[in-house]
Design a protein around this ligand. Structure first.
Ligand code: NAI
Ligand SMILES: O=C(O)C(=O)C(=O)[C@H](O)[C@@H](O)CO
Length: 332
């Protein structure tokens, strides 16, 4: 089914107000969930909302908490989220990183005690839309076995790198080959994954999302490379924020909260003039896109460029929502 942006946002807001979230916070939070869904990231928009509500009801998320600055060292600031709503806090932190970048050329915000930020790409996009390079990542609870193991000890720790090209080029990727959110999208659509996504109980590679959602033997992106990347991202987020690591969140908390996150904004415009910037970016994009296709019917595309058409379609025709997800939302 397809629903309008207004319908979707109204449902999110209704559910938040019913949990005593203050009106302005409910409005902003519902807007971000609706925006993420309309942008085409269903996995971390409407699909993830019931889980978000569960965490709100459990008290893992503190809706009226305000993030505070802990300290600042040149272009780096440490903040404490105090378990405020993840997506609203992340947006504020990337705004702050851009303000610091205006002063120093680069701004780094390291955040502790944060909650799940949903679509990490939203914050990269936010920076790139204003002309900055946006880089951010988060750690998580242990949900993936490190390369060579079958027990979860590392996070999916998505890394986002957004570049202010036209359209915006942005990598927004979990350190696993598939995020749990994308496994769910495939399962709900009755599909197997396009490439291997994890291991079955016998240790064979599998494309079956339900098997991996159950046994949690997620395949790291790029095998040992994604495993290693996840580990160093966790180390850096933990050190810079003086917050909790994947190991600490997993062993000391009863669910995924109090994670650590990094937000970096880099000002491009003082380093290169606008005309040269655009020429260079266009040349890179054209060079990539005009590579001889492996399949003549499938175009070569740059990461993030898919969102232009996805959003336009959703604005024009309504937002696709899985029937079971919609029923769940209505029942909240
Ligand atoms: N703890 C957390 O906060 C987590 C959040 N997430 C979020 O879940 C969302 C989905 O993450 P993933 O499943 O890893 O994303 P994905 O696998 O759908 O996409 C990863 C990247 O690959 C690019 N891409 C995909 N197909 C492509 C193609 N054919 N050609 C060129 N580029 C292509 C996409 O633009 C994107 O940049 C993200 O917004 C992420 O931030 C994911 C994991 C954990
Ligand atoms: O993988 C995801 O999707 C995701 O968003 C996550 O945060 C973690 O991997 C985990 O919370 C899934 O249970």
């Amino acid at each position: 089914m397809r629903v309008s942006y207004q319908q979707l946002k109204a449902e999110f807001k209704r559910v938040l107000l019913a949990r005593n979230v203050a009106e302005p916070i409910a409005e902003d939070c519902a807007t971000m969930f609706a925006d993420t869904t309309q942008a085409g990231v269903y996995s971390h928009g409407v699909n993830r909302f019931p889980r978000f509500i569960q965490q709100l009801e459990n008290g893992d998320i503190v809706p009226d908490a305000e993030p505070t600055k802990v300290l600042s060292v040149g272009a780096i600031e440490q903040w404490d989220a105090h378990q405020a709503i993840g997506n609203l806090t992340a947006k504020k932190m990337m705004d702050r990183a851009m303000e610091i970048a205006d002063q120093f050329g680069i701004g780094v915000v390291a955040l502790k005690n944060a909650n799940h930020w949903m679509r990490g790409g939203g914050y990269g996009y936010q920076a790139a839309e204003k002309g900055y390079i946006g880089i951010c990542w988060t750690n998580s609870i242990a949900v993936m076995p490190p390369w060579g193991a079958k027990e979860c000890r590392i996070g999916t720790n998505p890394l986002i790198i957004a570049v202010p090209s036209n359209p915006i080029t942005m990598v927004d990727m979990s350190c696993s080959m598939y995020s749990y959110g994308m496994l769910e999208v495939n399962r709900l659509a009755g599909k197997q994954t396009f490439v291997d996504a994890g291991f079955d109980d016998e240790g064979n590679l599998t494309k079956d999302p339900a098997t991996i959602e159950k046994n949690r033997r997620l395949l790291p992106m790029g095998y040992w490379k994604g495993s290693g990347l996840s580990i160093v991202l966790d180390m850096i987020a933990t050190l810079l924020s003086n917050g909790l690591s994947v190991a600490e969140v997993t062993e000391e908390k009863d669910d995924e909260y109090c994670v650590s996150q990094i937000f970096i904004a880099i000002e491009v415009d003082r380093l290169i003039d606008g005309k040269t910037r655009d020429e260079k970016l266009n040349r890179i994009m054209d060079y990539v896109k005009t590579a001889e296709r492996a399949d003549p019917n499938v175009e070569v595309r740059l990461p993030g460029h898919e969102f232009v058409a996805l959003k336009a379609d959703n604005v024009a025709n309504g937002i696709p929502v899985d029937d079971s997800v919609w029923q769940k939302l209505l029942s909240l």
